[in-house]
Structure formats: C-alpha cells, structure tokens
Design a protein around this ligand. Structure first.
Ligand code: HEC
Ligand code: HEC
Ligand code: HEC
Length: 444
C-alpha cells in the first residue's frame, strides 16, 4: 500500500517536472528586439545564469531540501565566488576584460549552466542563435577573438623624464642608510622581481616583509598597483617603499627630498625637467613612473605566435595554450598582461590557507583586497598577477609558497577550478608559460 502511494507521488512529481520542461522548451522566449546589451541580458536571464552567479539571487524552493539543497548552495557559493555576473554586468558599457573572457569561455566550451542543473532545468543552455549574439557582443567589446593580446613594442613616454627616473630607480640614497634602491628588490636583469631564493623581500636592516615582490615589468598595464591594489598608479606606488620602515627606512619624504637635495647636480636636473616644482616627492615618483613605462617586454615567442608566426611555438607549447584556454586560465589571466585587470578570490574551492606550508604564518598581507577596501567581501582577493616572464619570477603566489611553475599551476587548478589536473596537462601548460619571456634592453 505504502509502495503504491510512493509510486503515485513519484508519477505526479515526474509529470510536474515534464510539464515544466515542456513549458521551458516550447515557450522559451525568443531573443527580444533591442540593443545588443538588452539582448545579452535577456539571454543570460533566460538561461538562469544569475541563479548561481549573484550573491543576492533568490534560491529556488528546493534549496531548502536536505542534500540537494546543500549542493545548490555550494553551487551558488562557488559560482558567485567565481564571478558575480549581476555585479560585473551592472554597467554594460563598462565591462572588464575578465568578465568578457569568462562569458566567452562559458559559450565556447559549453560549460554553463552546470550539467547537473541542465538535467533538471531542461531548456536551459545557450542555443546557437544565443551563442552567436553573445559572441558578436564579446567580439565587439574586446575587439578580438583571443583573450590575450600581444604586448606593444613600446608605449608612449617622456624620454628625458624616463632617463632621470631610471637614475632614481637605481639610487640607493633614497633609502635611510643608503643600502637599498628599487633595483635591490626588482632586479631588472632577472625578471623585475626579487631574488628567487626568498619568499618575501629583504629590506633595510635585514628585515623581511610579509609578501612576495611582483615584477615591475609590464606593471604599467595593471589596473592598480600592489597585490591588494592600494596604489592607483605607478606614481602613487613609487611613493610607498621609500617611506616603508621594513623596505627603505622609517623616514618621511621630506627627509628623503632633503637628502637628495644635497646633490646640486641632481637638483639642477629636476629643475630643468620640472621647472615649476624642482626636486620633490611628486617629481621623483613621477620620473620613476615614467621610467617604468619603458619596462614592457614585447616579442616573446608567444607574442610572435599571436602576431601570426605560427611556428614560433612548438606543437607541445600550442597544446599548452589550448589547455590554458580550455581550463579557464585565460579568463582571469587575460589581456596584454595576462592578468592585472581584476581582483579575484584565491581559493574559490578548498582552503588554500589551511593547506599551505605551515612555516608561512598568516599576516595582514594575506587578507588581500580587504586590507585596502576594508570590505569583508574582498577577503582573500588578489590582483591577478601577470604571467608575462613568469619563468623568471619564482617563487610564486603572494606568499611565495611555490618554487616551481608545476606546483603553481596544479594549485591554480585545485583552488581556482576545483580540479586535480593531470600531470601531463600541468607540464603542457608549463611549457606554454615558458614561452612568455619577452624582450627588454635590461633583461638578460
Ligand atoms: C547551478 C548553478 C549555476 C548556474 C545555473 C550557472 N552557473 Fe556558471 N558556474 C557555476 C559554478 C559552480 C562555477 C564554478 C566553476 C565550476 O564549478 O565549473 C561556474 C563558473 C562559471 C564561469 C567561469 C568558468 C567557466 O566555465 O567559464 C562562467 C563564465 C559562468 N559560470 C557563466 C555562467 C553562465 C553564462 C550561466 C548561464 C548560462 C551560468 N554560468 C549558469 C554555477 C552555475
Ligand atoms: C625591500 C624590497 C622592495 C623595495 C626596496 C621596493 N619594492 Fe617594490 N615591491 C616590493 C614588494 C614586496 C611589493 C609587493 C607589496 C604589496 O603588494 O603589498 C612591491 C610592489 C611593487 C610594485 C607593484 C607591482 C604590481 O604589479 O602590483 C611596483 C610597481 C614596485 N614595487 C615598484 C617599486 C619601486 C619603483 C621601488 C622604488 C621606489 C620599489 N618598488 C622598491 C618590494 C620592494
Ligand atoms: C578565478 C581567477 C583565476 C583563474 C581561473 C586562474 N588564476 Fe592563476 N591566479 C589568480 C590569482 C588571484 C593569483 C594570485 C594568487 C596569490 O598569489 O594569492 C594567481 C596566480 C597564478 C600564478 C602565480 C603567479 C605569480 O606571479 O605568483 C600562476 C603561474 C597562475 N596563476 C597560473 C594559472 C593557470 C595555469 C590557470 C589555469 C589552470 C590559472 N592560473 C587560473 C587567479 C586565477
């Protein structure tokens, strides 16, 4: 008797699901007339994209069921941590490259909505027409079909200021005891980052900071500076280390300017280039920032490949690039600098901090973007590091945890994508990453 009732209940449930599915299939709205932006939003809405990609999304009624409910909540958490589509698409005339690249990835590899979701919600999943509308929009916004573009041979800069900036970059008098210059921690002949033997940088009086030094090469392409973005641009960034007690000394810029001003020749040089200001914090940092515009590294083998020289990469390296795109690496590591455009959460899946080398003690730098914005939602978000010249800048990650690219790539797969990547695939991607070393007159 009990069994029969269960069967009836099951039949009714199936009927409801089927009716719903048929409704979704046949009454699926066609793409409405309107601007490209309106069409894009309608398509995403119709395919339930916002269900799992928005922190304010209303959960479906079955989210309160045991087991299945937990799974749904997990999907929503991971999905929103990966990308909050509602937030990212709030202003459709101003969409970042990462969002465009993520949408591109979702349609190219037919990954969304998740298969489990499609099984229950028949009729979701982009059809050919919807894909072509989205692809055209992405292409128009991005101006290209590739998620990554070649580094230009140079960007405009003021030659005289850059020359003076180079001098200041190498001037140890900026530090309190005359032992440290920018070049001490950002070695231009190596990869523009610090020595590969220490996780974090050694500053004045043998003190170590709490975070790994990123490269100065191509930093001019980054949306903001520092792992947590606390400097708006290179000029603002350059003002930081000289007055940082752990880096160049417990001193004020007034002291630094006074010290440098004892050099009459230097003062005259600044006077000539900045007649109304002379040598000041503002002009020293401006000159350094101007010099940093010369630190671009064009013509890596990969860039040659992007520019049309198809034999610039071996078959294995090309396979590595294909895997790099397929595994969504090129969503966050996007654009000219293969990163530097957005702040993304480290450890969307798993718990990076619980798993990492126990010798690394959690410190304020580990908070990431939250340390700058004070917003809880920004905890553990970091500026996506550039992958340009990555073969030269070990150790990897903001805490310098990994010494090899193999470890870094496997960790990305584990913590950003929730997968354990096959060793051959990791190796293939690493082979590709090694083609990203570009050219600059300083780089040996
Ligand atoms: C059932 C929840 C769910 C729905 C519905 C859903 N997603 Fe996702 N999405 C996820 C999760 C979870 C991830 C994290 C990566 C993973 O698990 O594969 C993700 C990852 C993504 C990514 C980044 C990685 C990738 O594969 O490109 C994009 C972009 C994305 N979703 C877009 C969409 C779009 C567009 C739609 C609508 C067609 C959609 N999602 C619908 C849960 C969902
Ligand atoms: C003691 C070592 C040390 C010195 C000296 C030093 N830096 Fe750094 N630099 C670092 C570290 C560590 C970071 C990362 C700090 C963070 O993100 O919180 C960094 C970050 C940067 C960045 C940001 C790059 C990015 O992608 O966000 C730039 C640019 C930079 N430094 C340039 C300079 C310049 C210019 C000077 C000289 C005025 C200088 N640094 C002096 C260690 C140093
Ligand atoms: C959701 C965005 C996202 C995705 C997807 C992603 N990354 Fe990252 N990647 C980051 C962030 C953020 C960091 C910095 C993490 C840290 O240091 O705390 C990073 C760091 C790295 C580093 C170390 C760089 C350095 O200078 O320390 C490498 C190498 C890397 N990623 C490669 C990859 C590869 C390969 C893939 C694909 C398997 C991938 N990433 C996918 C966001 C992403």
């Amino acid at each position: 008797m009990k069994k029969k009732k269960l069967k009836i209940a099951l039949c009714i449930l199936l009927c409801i699901v089927a009716c719903f599915a048929i409704y979704r299939f046949f009454l699926r709205k066609s793409i409405p007339e309107g601007t490209a932006e309106e069409k894009v939003m309608a398509i995403l809405q119709q395919n339930d994209c916002f269900v799992c990609h928005s922190k304010n999304a209303e959960l479906p009624f079955y989210a309160s069921f045991p087991i299945i409910g937990n799974k749904i909540k997990e999907h929503v958490t991971h999905g929103t941590n990966f990308i909050d589509l509602k937030e990212k698409l709030a202003d459709l005339n101003n969409v970042d490259e990462v969002t465009l690249s993520m949408l591109d990835h979702a349609i190219t590899y037919d990954r969304m909505p998740l298969t489990a979701y499609k099984l229950i919600h028949w009729g979701t999943g982009f059809n050919a027409k919807e894909k072509s509308v989205l692809a055209a929009w992405i292409h128009e916004k991005r101006g290209s079909d590739e998620p990554i573009s070649a580094i230009p041979d140079s960007i405009p800069y003021d030659v005289a200021k850059a020359r003076l900036g180079e001098k200041m970059y190498n001037d140890k008098r900026i530090s309190l005891d005359g032992t440290i210059s920018c070049a001490t921690c950002h070695v231009l002949e190596k990869g523009g980052a610090d020595k590969t033997t220490t996780r974090t940088s050694e500053g004045i009086n043998g003190q170590f900071g709490g975070i790994n030094a990123p490269t100065v090469y191509n930093a001019c392409f980054n949306v903001r500076q520092f792992w947590n973005g606390r400097a708006a641009d290179l000029k603002e960034q350059a003002a930081g280390p000289p007055a940082n007690p752990v880096e160049m000394g417990d001193q004020t810029w007034d002291q630094i300017v006074a010290r440098l001003s004892q050099d009459a020749e230097l003062v005259a040089e600044f006077q000539a280039l900045f007649p109304s200001e002379g040598l000041t914090e503002s002009t020293v940092t401006e000159a350094i920032a101007e010099f940093e515009k010369t630190l671009v590294t064009p013509n890596s083998r990969f860039d040659q490949f992007l520019k049309g020289k198809k034999d610039a990469l071996t078959a294995e390296e090309q396979a590595g690039y294909a895997l790099f795109k397929e595994n969504a690496c090129a969503t966050c590591h996007v654009g000219v600098n293969m990163g530097g455009k957005t702040f993304e959460r480290l450890s969307i899946f798993g718990d990076y901090y619980a798993d990492r080398d126990k010798q690394i003690v959690y410190n304020a730098d580990d908070d990431g973007l939250k340390g700058f914005t004070q917003n809880d939602a920004d905890l553990h978000k970091f500026k996506v590091p550039s992958l340009r010249n990555i073969a030269l800048t070990a150790p990897y990650f903001h805490d310098g945890q990994y010494n090899t690219l193999e470890e870094a790539v496997a960790a990305m797969a584990r913590y950003e994508l929730g997968t354990e990547m096959a060793t051959e695939d990791v190796q293939s991607i690493v082979a590709f990453l090694k083609t990203l070393t570009g050219k600059n007159q300083h780089l040996k």
